[in-house]
Ligand binder design. Structure first.
Ligand code: IPE
Ligand code: IPE
Ligand code: MG
Length: 246
């Protein structure tokens, strides 16, 4: 089936690296290596397909609870892959943005992320957002603090607070809402990822472990998105009438 309508903003919870490695008798960190290769492939595919926004859950706030060795390997992998992929990112005009509590990260990683975001800031291609040390509830709490401060400073009146103002104070201020959210590895939960932003997202839970999630699986997922009817509270009849009217 041809892709008639691409989601504008795709978000992916890339889950299952550890189980993938354990299944073949390797250390979990081997799975993270393979997971990065998959991420690079899917970013390239999203860029080639002309998707506007791709947000990848790379490391959650809760992932700090993992063994130290695993954490440090994941962090090094992120920086190394950004460096090795740098030229490809520049050539394909991908613009990189990072969301999460970046103060949690080491100075080296903060600098590497700053370098890549600054050097791709004027790119016009796919906007790739990496969620690192990210937690949706923390983001919403932080936005609440910022808004209260603005009310105290007289920037906003309390009665003017609306959804737009909330959006402007989230880490994702420059992004549209999520249209399509994919989670791999057969888990059926959001694990605190983009809760507000995915309020009307189409959800797809794929049983494949992330290192096995291929370009073909991505296409299959996009075809599934194409077959969904996004009704936003209306009736199916209303939606069809509108489609035929244009
Ligand atoms: C996702 O894979 C990657 C990160 C959370 C960093 P996991 O490491 O969670 O893999 P599983 O879920 O244990 O298999
Ligand atoms: C969510 O996966 C975070 C990332 C994919 C980066 P987890 O594997 O950490 O989530 P839980 O703990 O199973 O909910
Ligand atoms: Mg997991």
């Amino acid at each position: 089936m041809p892709l008639t309508e691409l989601p504008r903003h795709v978000a992916i919870i890339m889950d299952g690296n550890g189980r993938w490695a354990e299944k073949i008798g390797k250390p979990r960190t081997y799975g993270h290596h393979k997971g990065v290769d998959r991420a690079v492939e899917i970013v390239q595919e999203a860029s080639d397909l002309g998707i506007d926004y791709l947000t990848l859950f790379a490391f959650s706030k809760d992932n700090w609870k993992r063994p130290e060795n695993e954490i440090s390997i994941i962090m090094n992998l992120m920086v190394d892959s950004l460096k090795t992929e740098f030229q490809r990112i520049v050539d394909s005009q991908v613009k990189i943005n990072v969301i999460g509590n970046l103060n949690d990260l080491s100075e080296e990683i903060q600098n590497a992320l700053e370098d890549i975001t600054q050097s791709t800031a004027n790119h016009k291609g796919l906007q790739l957002t990496l969620a690192i040390s990210y937690e949706s509830r923390e983001e919403i709490t932080e936005a609440t603090r910022l808004i209260i401060q603005k009310v105290l400073d007289g920037v906003h009146k309390m009665e003017d607070i609306n959804q737009d103002i909330i959006n402007q104070n989230l880490y994702t201020a420059s992004l549209p809402y999520v249209d399509f959210l994919i989670r791999t590895s057969g888990e059926h939960r959001l694990s605190n990822f983009l809760l507000w932003q995915s309020g009307y997202a189409e959800l797809l839970f794929d049983d494949k472990l992330w290192p096995d999630f291929s370009k073909q699986d991505f296409h299959k997922a996009l075809n599934e998105y194409n077959s969904r009817e996004r009704r936003y509270g209306k009736t199916s009849h209303q939606i069809k009438q509108k489609v035929f009217a244009v």
